[in-house]
Write a protein that binds this ligand. Structure first.
Ligand SMILES: CC(C)(COP(=O)(O)OP(=O)(O)OC[C@H]1O[C@@H](n2cnc3c(N)ncnc32)[C@H](O)[C@@H]1OP(=O)(O)O)[C@@H](O)C(=O)NCCC(=O)NCCS
Length: 162
């Protein structure tokens, strides 16, 4: 399995092999082109297994940004269900941290849903510490039937010094 930044040429492959409604992959690619982010994907051969965004401009949440303005934030981490529990998430985080080191950035942050104990456990095992800094985010997503769902999520920031 390899983890690398997504290119324009990967987009049709991603959309065909990992269909996500709402143009999510294309949106992430645009953010990489225009908004100071890196769109990382993990590939098992030709098969996309997961992805994440690396936000070079720092944490997106206002409380997180205020408390850790110099941190690089990893967000939108997602591993496809059938690929979970095999180290893909760990590999994506390691790749994001390596990019940070290459750019001389020394602090990495992730926001974890207050009810997402599994993900928090994974991050703590990888050296991230809880900070008690919590932000609320709201977003819409579209399911496979085209229905729009509105989510309100409360995330705690976890931080690792590299
Ligand atoms: C959290 C997530 C990215 C982990 O990816 P992964 O490839 O399964 O992770 P790894 O194989 O490297 O590590 C496994 C660890 O992930 C955590 N984990 C969280 N949810 C999990 C799930 N549904 N299946 C397997 N592991 C999960 C566990 O801590 C597990 O460690 P454990 O053996 O101590 O239970 C993945 O489960 C996922 O996409 N979940 C849904 C979206 C999400 O929660 N994203 C994180 C936002 S902060």
């Amino acid at each position: 399995m390899i983890v690398r930044p997504v290119t324009e040429a990967d987009l049709p492959v991603l959309e065909e092999r990992w269909p996500v409604p709402g143009g999510v992959h294309a949106g992430h690619l645009r953010a990489q082109q225009y908004d100071g982010a890196t769109f990382l994907a993990a590939w098992s051969g030709e098969e996309p297994a997961g992805s994440a965004m690396v936000q070079w401009g720092g944490p997106v949440g206002s409380a997180a940004r205020e408390a850790f303005p110099d941190a690089v934030e990893i967000n939108h981490l997602q591993v496809r269900e059938e690929h979970r529990g095999r180290g893909v998430g760990t590999a994506i985080i390691a790749a994001a941290e390596e990019l940070c080191r290459e750019r001389g950035r020394r602090q990495v942050a992730v926001g974890v849903g207050l009810d997402n104990d599994g993900a928090a456990r994974l991050y703590e095992r990888l050296g991230y510490r809880r900070t008690g800094v919590v932000d609320t985010s709201e977003y819409d997503w579209v399911d496979g039937d085209g229905a729009v769902h509105h989510e309100v999520e409360r995330d705690e920031l976890l931080v690792r010094d590299l």
